[in-house]
Design a protein around this ligand. Sequence first.
Ligand code: FCB
Length: 403
Amino acid sequence: MNFPDGFLWGASTAPHQIEGNNVNSDFWANEGRMPGMEFSGDAVDSYHRFEEDMRLMAEAGLTSYRFGIEWARIEPRPGHFSNAELSHYRRMIDTAWSLGLTPVVTLHHFTNPRWFADEGGWLADGAVDRFQAFVEAATPILEGVPWIATMNEPNMLAMMTGMARLAGDPEAQQQWQSPTMDTEQAQAVRLRLPAPDPEIGQRFIDAHHAVRDLLRERTGARVGWTVANRAYQALPGGEAKMAELSHVWEDLYLEAARGDDFIGVQSYSTIRVNADGPEEHVPAPDDTLVGTPYRPEALGIAARHAWEVTQGVPILVTENGIATADDDQRIAYTEGALRALADAIGDGVDVRGYLHWTLLDNFEWGHWAPTFGLIHADRETFERTPKPSLGWLGQVARRNGLA
Ligand code: FCB
């Protein structure tokens, strides 16, 4: 089972989850305020150890690395840009190239500068202009980067922003914990999450469109954004409900990608929908550490759906993985996901690469327990220990296919 020539094989990360001490960000400021929420602290110190992290990937056989640049570091005060931080991220890009890794760079991955949040965040009048000014300041270091994602999961960000507004309190957005809650009630909580408000979603669409051409012109990159794919499956009688959910949770953001160069597909599990809404999942022994059902087929569903709704925008899988303490389960999951992806490619879906979530066990937005990493990192010594899954994925990359 082979993948197309030039297919990228790699892993993804986000700055706040691995760098450590992202002290000027809104997320840092709110950590610990919610019961049960842990601190990011030093995270896994990838801010200083990025070269070692990239080397481990390259030595395993991977060919691409998706990482983010952190707005809160680059623009510590409104309008004041740090050349030292910009150089830091340029060094990361150069290091990736020198190790044979194609960089895929995310410009916004959930976190904002504190001052931006204090101004009213994404709901403030000047929010899009603020984002655009940051992107303009960052373009010089992005020259030659072939893939740029403007924003990560605007659909989830719209939901978080809406929750914060409802609560009249920006801190409330910290109640949201990605698909990454390690509580027993995770699934139930997830089902009760409010749908993203399309008006807030439009704000992100405006931000994305405001910087798209600028990035293309100044960097030569393929520009897109990434969407949290829901991989809905209609149960008998659930078709209409599914279409309704699909529009507000996902399709709005996929439709906005129609003029993009690629769409980042991010998929973990599926959601089954009956006539009343998402089906409550009965806990099962192979559930993930975030309470989601084990459904590797999600990636195939997600890729086909993104292809259809974007009307044929090339796909880069920018996240797919599993929170598990059992690395054999990670390998089995990934193999299943790749088989489903290969089937979609066989049916004509244009997929350019697969970036696994995630390289390192990391700070999952308030929690350290859900381990998604191909590499374990000791939180005191920062020593890295690759798991068998890293070598396994590297072999898949070298073969450009599954055995
Ligand atoms: C996605 C996020 C990523 C990570 C994974 C598990 O929603 O983009 O940062 O938390 O889920």
